[in-house]
Design a protein around this ligand. Sequence first.
Ligand code: NI
Length: 134
Amino acid sequence: MKICRRETFNAAHRLFRSEWSDEKNREVFGKCSHPNYHGHNYVVEVFVDGPIDPITGFVIDLKVLKTLIQEEIIERFDHRNLNLDCKEFEGINPTTENIAVVIWQLLRKKIDAKFGLEVHVAETEKNKVIFGGE
Ligand code: NI
């Protein structure tokens, strides 16, 4: 059984490699390489899977999962500049892929290993990445 909690946060970022020219960065990263940063409304879906607990009827209490995502992810990244404000992205380009990996790593430490964990992150309505571990 797999359950999901969906949350959103807003953050700024810039995708670039400092050793590349502005032209090369624009070519590879498009608008997301704009030098003065820009924002996205990120949608995060956290999937937890495991058996249904016969006592509660839950896989995991969604209130607990909600609080965990709020404390570990939303409070950390909402209204931040991912490049400048968030040590989690030091030396890492804050692509949707890397955001999903960082979120998965933060949550994996806090969710019992007996549960499976998968993180979906969407930067726009049209693009979504999925990370479930190595
Ligand atoms: Ni962008």
